[in-house]
Design a binder for this molecule. Structure first.
Ligand SMILES: [Zn+2]
Length: 147
């Protein structure tokens, strides 16, 4: 379904459940025993083996910790709807969130000269592909925070 009332809004089905909210904000989990934080959500803690983890709002801002550029189309199950001829290289980063957890993410930047470790980044939602019904499927990306 297309939302014609706000053509600039990003709407669509999430690429997976329990990764992010519409605001957007990332969803992780925090171990109630030792405090370790994870993204994505986990059911047990690798630090203390506790299975007592709670949902944790990880926020929408972080700092670029490391990056690379994906220059060729990944093998399946990667399914962006692109072909080898239409594939657009994209950045991949580790973004450190305020809680300290590092999130592996697609970046909305694909030029090496524009990628600087330590730069502030902000979460956004981006159409990844359309499904068989023509509906947009959204994924999360981090983009440079300007200003
Ligand atoms: Zn733990």
């Amino acid at each position: 379904m297309t939302d014609i009332s706000s053509p600039n809004s990003t709407s669509g089905r999430h690429i997976a459940t329990d990764l992010f909210t519409d605001q957007p904000s990332l969803i992780g989990s925090r171990c109630s025993n030792c405090g370790e934080i994870y993204f994505p959500i986990r059911s047990s803690c690798s630090q203390c083996s506790s299975e007592n983890l709670e949902r944790e709002n990880l926020g929408n801002q972080g700092v670029l910790w490391s990056w690379t550029i994906q220059h060729y189309m990944p093998k399946p199950p990667y399914n962006s709807g692109e072909t080898k001829d239409t594939f657009t290289p994209y950045g991949i980063g580790l973004v450190e969130m305020p809680s300290g957890v590092k999130v592996k993410t697609r970046l909305n930047v694909n030029q090496a000269k524009a990628l600087n470790i330590g730069d502030p980044y902000i979460l956004a939602l981006k159409p990844f592909r359309t499904d068989e019904n023509g509906d947009s499927i959204l994924t999360f990306v981090f983009d440079r925070e300007i200003g």
